[in-house]
Write a protein that binds this ligand. Structure first.
Ligand code: ZN
Length: 171
């Protein structure tokens, strides 16, 4: 069962399909309706996000080009952004958590294009649920803000933001 609930930019949807908890981590499976959408296509996105969450500039990131996250943020997948925003918000919420690990993976031979598994080393369901909703709301609002500065986005569809459906949570 798909649980579409959020639009991010240009009428693109970011859907949370499931959230699975195991002993030492959780995996949030999301699907981005436009699998080619990257932050570089949303002008100003990286700057706005860093303004909202300056702590992101201290994040470590293992990426293909081995570049700092602030650089990577300028041209990366929205699911990867979600991973880092989640980590940042969880860390801000619970100061006792340090160096929270995360990763974003995809395999579109096995799952539909645009499907990503965002893994976070957090098993607190309440914290994950709350910060996931906040993370997506933040990403959506920043994409919308960036949109307002860009004439190319003038024809974007209606924007909707709704809560995460309860059935997205398993276990
Ligand atoms: Zn990263």
């Amino acid at each position: 069962m798909k649980s579409p609930f959020s639009l991010c930019a240009k009428g693109e949807q970011l859907l949370v399909e499931s959230i699975n908890f195991s002993e030492d981590h959780c995996i949030v499976r999301v699907r981005v309706s436009n699998h080619l959408l990257k932050t570089s296509q949303i002008e100003g996105f990286a700057d706005y996000l860093l303004e909202e969450l300056p702590g992101l500039s201290n994040h470590h990131c293992h990426n293909y080009n081995n570049q700092p996250f602030t650089q990577e943020l300028k041209d990366t997948e929205l699911a990867h952004v979600l991973e880092h925003v989640l980590i940042e918000l969880i860390t801000l919420k619970d100061k006792s958590i340090r160096n929270l690990a995360g990763s974003t993976a995809w395999n579109w031979r096995e799952s539909p294009r645009g499907t990503y598994d965002v893994e976070i080393a957090c098993t607190n369901k309440y914290v994950v649920k709350e910060t996931l909703a906040q993370s997506i709301a933040l990403i959506a609002s920043i994409a919308h803000r960036a949109k307002e500065t860009l004439p190319v986005f003038n024809n974007a569809g209606a924007t909707i933001l709704a809560p995460i459906p309860a059935h997205a949570f398993s276990n």
